[in-house]
Design a binder for this molecule. Structure first.
Ligand code: T4K
Length: 391
């Protein structure tokens, strides 16, 4: 790590990069390796590798307990979990979603010939704006998928009210919200069901993986059938289905990482505070705040570059990348601007002014257990020198 104190120290100006090895957003948090290897030995000894094995069952029980929810139906990834939940709820026609989300939220609908209709977000929370949702309802609308972006809850009460008024299904993409709460209630208890992602880059990972959590017994049973081809016992298929199963080795990683959760939250919280303190007062720069009254996983450090910043968002990204700090512009340019949806809705941007505004100003910074406070301070110095050198 090389100190950055002045413009001449910046790699973008020809100096050597601050970091020799790249710093990634989404570097996996990995729990106790010995414990994982012990689980792996058990899996080999048992010769039970998939299909609702004992580790998957134990993992589901613990994830459900952690979120205070009745059922956890684990899956091979978050995208398949979204697809299965959408299908199990009987969504069809048009479903309202934010455009400011990872592309999987929209794809999970399109993949099943359901039209994602993009509604605008609140520029402060980055989550769906309930009034914008109301504007997008048509006679073909069957549901709403809210996204708890960055681990902060979508406006669950207002969305539930809209869904009830119009007889719509309501579920959540909670891919970012493992271990988070809203109004003191854990994520997992809102809407008909909520979908978690355990991808490698997430706060909590099972290498790849995901789950649907729900308090609805019947829905849970349908999704369990759907993720295993609709099988009910030997040679008896009673439902349409696919292969959405989580494998034993993924569940083993999950069990190990469940034990490490508190230390990951602590590392993320410490990094977030170091970013917040370090970036305080940098012109035009702000960090999305966390509500400390809630449970947070602090996984996404979201910096916004305002119109009053002397340099552009893209110039800051360029400067960071030159130093080997691979900050990301999630979720630029918005799903509606990605090819499959741009062709479907060439003028969507006119209805999504806040989505465009936010997508153009966000930078997601690296955090997690592989980042020390010193590393955070070095990232902060690059941002500070880039911005203040041009002020
Ligand atoms: N809904 C939402 C709101 C989501 O954010 C996501 C996933 C989903 C649904 C779907 O859930 P899954 O089906 O994925 O379970 C990454 C992740 O691949 C994706 O899971 C995640 N959202 C999204 C926010 O981030 P990319 O396109 O940014 O991935 P990539 O390959 O650029 O990797 C991100 C960074 O992480 C890189 O700098 C490299 C680093 N990395 C990655 C992996 C896999 C590592 O250091 N080690 C690793 O093992 O999407």
């Amino acid at each position: 790590m090389k100190p950055i104190n002045a413009q001449a120290d910046l790699a973008i100006n020809g100096a050597t990069p601050a970091f020799e090895q790249p710093l990634h957003v989404g570097r996996p948090n990995i729990g106790n390796r010995e414990a994982f290897l012990k689980y792996a030995e058990e899996i080999f000894d048992r010769r039970w590798l998939s299909n609702n094995g004992p580790m998957v069952q134990e993992f589901e029980k613990k994830v459900a307990e952690y979120h205070g929810v009745k059922h956890c139906i684990s899956m091979c990834n978050g995208t398949v979990a979204l697809e299965i939940a959408i299908r199990a709820l009987g969504m069809a026609g048009e479903v309202i979603v934010p455009s400011y989300t990872f592309i999987a939220t929209a794809h999970a609908l399109s993949w099943q010939a359901i039209t994602p209709v993009f509604a605008d977000i609140d520029p402060v929370t980055h989550c769906l704006d309930p009034e914008a949702v109301r504007h997008m309802i048509t006679p073909r609308t069957t549901g709403i998928i809210g996204v708890h972006l960055w681990g902060r809850a979508a406006p669950v009460d207002a969305l539930q009210q809209i869904a009830d008024e119009h007889g719509l299904k309501l579920m959540y993409d909670a891919a970012h919200a493992f271990g988070c709460s809203h109004g003191g209630k854990m994520i997992g208890n809102f809407g008909s069901c909520e979908v978690l992602s355990f991808h490698a880059t997430k706060f909590f990972n099972t290498f790849e993986g995901g789950a649907v959590v729900t308090n609805d017994d019947e829905l849970a049973e349908t999704m369990r059938l759907m993720r295993n081809f609709g099988f009910s016992g030997f040679d008896n298929v009673i439902h349409m289905g696919t292969n959405g199963k989580m494998i034993e080795v993924a569940a083993a990683m999950g069990l190990v990482n469940l034990d490490a959760i508190d230390s990951v939250i602590e590392a993320n919280r410490r990094n977030y505070q170091a970013y917040r303190d370090g970036l305080y007062g940098v012109p035009g720069i702000s960090l999305l705040a966390f509500d400390d009254a809630e449970r947070n996983n602090y996984q996404y450090v979201v910096m916004e570059v305002g119109a009053d910043c002397p340099v552009t968002r893209d110039r800051i990204i360029e400067a960071l990348h030159a130093e080997n700090i691979l900050a990301r512009k999630y979720f630029w340019p918005g799903c509606h601007n990605m090819k499959p949806y741009r062709e479907l809705y060439p003028h969507a941007g006119m209805l999504l002014p806040n989505t465009q505004l936010v997508a153009d100003r966000v930078v997601v910074l690296p955090t997690g257990t592989t980042m020390s406070t010193e590393m955070v301070k070095a990232v902060v110095s690059v941002i500070r020198v880039t911005v203040e050198g041009n002020a």
